[in-house]
Design a protein around this ligand. Structure first.
Ligand code: FE2
Ligand code: FE2
Length: 268
């Protein structure tokens, strides 16, 4: 029988360092490494095991199972990294699962609660819900629109110094805009760096969500959803109904109302 080592942990999700620990055990002569995930985690056990499976698929002699009956059981130190991943440091996750984490928005809720105040997080959930609905209504990818909604304001609750610092490096021309707008330019940078989010449609929709100067249907959907989500204290039925029927017309109406409002408040 092959010498077997069992790695136990929450694996919520599996980290690069936990995967490296398995590689070390292989080099030490273990012929089979079993990953045994704990019962409880933020993600259901089946989902965590699916992610482990994705990460170990390219390697020989790794398996998923339970620690029962084995004596050589190891607990790799991974909890700190796992907690950091759940807050958005996806680069610490095992290679092979990072794309899934971001595409499926697996920790989007935890990222929101970490980086946004409760009211901002509630707004983002509302935007995600409406963006998904509008996208599906127009035959577009609902998951992509949902993710754009969840993440569009991720840098909005950071202070001006944080956003200024990013713009100084990546987009200095945008420093001339009002600081309230900065988050739409800094969120894509943050999302690329932390989550490895590379979907150009989502990044562009977020980049354009405050000024409403995007050209794609997803850009327009995010703009409408941002102004009309269920947490907004003004009536939005008319705008939503029109956007369901005719996206362009809905977008024009919402943008026109927004510009009027800004003029009234003396912002424009
Ligand atoms: Fe925003
Ligand atoms: Fe927003």
């Amino acid at each position: 029988m092959r010498k077997t080592a069992v790695l136990t942990g929450t694996f919520d999700p599996l980290t690069a360092s936990e995967l490296a620990c398995a590689a070390r055990l292989r080099r030490q002569g273990y012929g089979l490494i079993i990953f045994a995930a704990a019962e409880e985690g933020v993600l259901p056990k089946e989902k965590r095991e699916e992610l482990i499976w994705q990460a170990i698929r390219p390697f020989d002699r790794y398996a998923i199972g339970s620690a029962e009956g084995f004596t050589e059981v190891f607990h790799p130190e991974g909890e700190e990294d796992e907690a950091a991943i759940r807050k958005g440091d996806f680069y610490l996750a095992a290679p092979g699962i990072r794309g899934t984490l971001v595409r499926e928005g697996l920790y989007a809720e935890q990222i929101l609660s970490t980086w946004c105040k409760p009211a901002r997080a509630a707004h983002a959930r509302g935007v995600a819900k409406l963006a998904k609905e509008l996208a599906e209504c127009h035959g577009l990818d609902g998951q992509q629109a949902w993710l754009a909604g969840m993440l569009h304001d991720v840098t909005k609750n950071r202070d001006d110094a944080f956003n200024r610092h990013i713009l100084e490096i990546y987009d200095p021309d945008k420093l001339t805009y009002d600081a309230k707008v900065w988050h739409s330019f800094t969120a894509p940078v943050w999302l690329k760096q932390h989550l490895g989010l590379s979907d150009p449609d989502i990044l562009e929709a977020i980049y354009c969500h405050t000024l409403g100067d995007g050209r794609t249907r997803l850009d327009q959907i995010l703009y409408i959803a941002d102004k009309c989500d269920e947490t907004r204290p003004w009536p939005t039925e008319k705008e939503i109904a029109l956007s369901r029927k005719d996206l362009q017309a809905g977008f024009r109406l919402v943008k026109q109302e927004e510009e009027e409002d800004l003029r009234k408040r003396g912002v424009k």
